[in-house]
Design a protein around this ligand. Sequence first.
Ligand code: PLP
Length: 406
Amino acid sequence: MKTFLKNSQSKSDFDLRAQFQGLRRDVAYLDNAATTQMCQSAIDAMNAYITGGRSNVGRGLYPIAEETMKKYDAARSTVANFVGVDAGRCVFTKSVTEGLNAIAFGLRERLQAGDEILVSAFEHHANLLPWRRIAKERGAIVKTMPMLADFTLNLDRAKAMMNERTKIVAVTMVSNVLGTVLPIADLADAAHRVGALIVVDAAQAAAHLPIDVVDLGVDALVFGSHKCYGPAGIAAMILSLDLIDSMEPMIVGGGMVDHVTTDGATWRQGIEKFEGGSPNVEAAIGFAAALSLIAPPPYEGGGRGEVLRQRLVSDLQSISGVTVFDPPGAIGIVSFTIDGMHPHDVADMLGARGVCVRAGNHCAAPLVEKLSTTGTLRASLAIYTDERDIEALVSNLKEIVKKAKA
Ligand code: PLP
């Protein structure tokens, strides 16, 4: 499966598309930043587990329960290894949103009045609102590391904003609006120099870029399955061993407790502390199978993903009235607007013509408001995207714009 980003239309491309039953619909699916189609290997792995007899984990002493536990553990190892860590640092959550909330909750007691949390101008609401909430509760301040005119992070300014009051740097790895790639290793280094923790939202990065949590030097990182060709309802929250020991769990109840007395309780050690309740075993199995399909992650630089994105950008730029936001080095995502046309109307018309794109503020209102008052249209690519998808979007858009001007 390593050939899919080669700049060619070879048989391997065809075979890859055949891995996705969802692509049988006669549409150009360009909303992959929201959710990708699910790969057959994930469906097959979940099907085999469910139809082979399932059980809960950690509780049963009979063979099916032991098999389930083994499968759940194996899935965790695969997911952890995908980002360069071992299973003891990987907590399953139901979504990236839940993981980021759990980290913010778990860190809140470290904050005092006047402490600062730095986020970037690129954050999805999932990596903004949890920090705003704990900041309000603790009297801390959320500050925004700004964007440059070319839609990349102002790294110099970001570094200059870090000081002894900075306690947490919470940042996305790839913008879900612009595809901008943020310099995570530089930010991690700068954060650690002032004694701050760095938390990374890798929701958009995981399907496109190789991630090594240790090389990046980050304290926490979250990524999810449904944007990586796996099922919805599961994500991985990767934590440093220090955070696993010291962070308070957000969810308490069965499965995470060590000892319950009449008026108190102690938590289990390690990652189990963060997995209260019955886990989504089938989704974990599907997540691992999907990651196995794309491991090692397709690197965009110079590969087919970059070629397709560049083609999309230049084709869109050739349509009169279209403004494309194209940060240098961006991956996978293209946002654009059309003079005099509301993005929702255009997305609606494209949808009726079999072209699936997203319109609006993409759950990143502070960023999108800087780009346009009515939101943007967003086309987002995946490993199975090909020239036909790009052509379908561009040719239909040309007709829609022509009709609107007539
Ligand atoms: N962060 C980013 C950058 C995203 O693009 C998304 C989803 O679009 C999320 C977080 C939230 O992910 P989920 O909906 O899986 O919780």
